[in-house]
Each structure stands twice: as structure tokens, then as C-alpha cells.
Design a protein around this ligand. Structure first.
Ligand SMILES: Nc1ncnc2c1ncn2[C@@H]1O[C@H](COP(=O)(O)OP(=O)(O)O)[C@@H](O)[C@H]1O
Ligand SMILES: [Mg+2]
Length: 163
């Protein structure tokens, strides 16, 4: 399954994230790819809100994995500064990737070989100053008919997603 959205402004990207959160199950891994400024952190902020995280969600320097508590444990990876996969193993990433929480991974392309096969793929692209294209691939998050439901919901008035 592949879903595609165009968002106009960070609020819409966060709003999409909040909706996607409803479809993330325990153990889900979302692998986000896209250049700097494409909106990965922004989308993750929305997903975290949707998962009930109240801590601020940022990508601080020098921290590779942030842990938050929502209705599920959430592990936010930012691999921008990672040197090699070994570094990630040393942080015990496998426990996170194959655990009960939800993993949200920025710069996932840097650890391609490490991603579980059923990871949800989310690619973000800069289209214009405040426009981003967000493409989601994978069966897992949108379980069956729910996938079409979220697609309809998020696509309806896609330039003005509901809050
Ligand atoms: N439609 C949009 N979706 C997400 N971010 C947007 C959008 N339009 C503008 N922006 C801006 O782009 C930047 C995205 O930053 P961020 O989410 O940190 O990107 P990344 O984590 O991919 O480097 C933010 O400054 C945000 O305000
Ligand atoms: Mg980021």
C-alpha cells in the first residue's frame, strides 16, 4: 500500500502525524527519509502528540535516541550524526527495534540493513517553501480497511487538514 499527501505548512504535517498515530501498533517501526528540513521532526512531533506524549519532541544535538512515554513507549532516533551502524548496536537499538514500543527513525537510509522488514516507510520531500510531499509505504500501520479510512480522512481537503 502506498499513500501520498501534500501538506501546506508544519501544522498540517503535524496534523497528519497525529492521525497516523492512531494506526501505529506496539512494536511498529517507522523509517523516515528525506533531506534536512523536509519535515521529519515535524511529522514525528505530530505522531508523538497522537501517541499521548507530553514531553517536548526535538532533535537535540548529540542525542541519537530519545525516549518518550505516551500510550506506548516511543523511541525517537535521529541518525543524522551517526558514524556507523556499530554505534547504533552499542546503544542497544535492537531492543528498541524489536520491542513493544514505537520506533520513529529519522535518516533511516543510514541504517538500511538494520531496519526490520516490515518497517513503515515514510519519505518526505521539499516541494516549496511551505509545501511537503509525504509518501507512506507499508501494510503494517494502516491495518486493512483502516488504511483506506485514514487515507480518505487525511485526503479530504488535503490542503486544510482538520486539527
Ligand atoms: N508543510 C510543511 N511540513 C513540515 N515542515 C514544514 C512545512 N512547511 C514548512 N515547514 C518548515 O520546514 C522545517 C522542517 O523542519 P524539520 O521538521 O526539523 O525537518 P527535518 O527533521 O526533516 O530536518 C520547519 O522549519 C518547518 O516549519
Ligand atoms: Mg529532524
Amino acid at each position: 500500500m502506498e499513500y501520498r499527501w501534500i501538506t501546506e505548512g508544519p501544522e498540517q504535517t503535524q496534523s497528519l502525524g497525529r492521525k497516523l498515530a492512531d494506526f501505529l501498533h506496539p512494536g511498529a517501526v517507522a523509517a523516515l527519509t528525506g533531506e534536512l528540513g523536509s519535515g521529519k521532526t515535524c511529522l514525528i512531533q505530530g505522531i508523538c502528540q497522537g501517541l499521548g506524549v507530553t514531553d517536548p519532541v526535538t532533535s537535540p544535538a548529540f542525542v541519537i535516541i530519545n525516549e518518550y512515554q505516551g500510550r506506548l513507549p516511543v523511541y525517537h532516533f535521529d541518525l543524522y550524526r551517526i558514524k556507523n551502524i556499530e554505534e547504533l548496536y552499542q546503544l542497544g537499538c535492537e531492543e528498541y527495534l524489536y520491542g513493544f514500543g514505537v520506533c520513529l527513525i529519522e535518516w533511516a537510509e543510514r541504517v538500511e540493513g538494520l531496519l526490520p522488514k516490515d518497517s513503515i516507510r515514510v519519505s518526505l520531500r521539499w516541494k516549496a517553501e511551505s509545501k511537503r510531499e509525504i509518501v507512506l509505504k507499508g501494510r503494517v500501520p494502516l491495518r486493512g480497511a483502516n488504511g483506506d479510512k485514514i487515507h480518505r480522512e487525511c485526503m479530504s481537503g488535503r490542503s486544510e487538514l482538520p486539527p
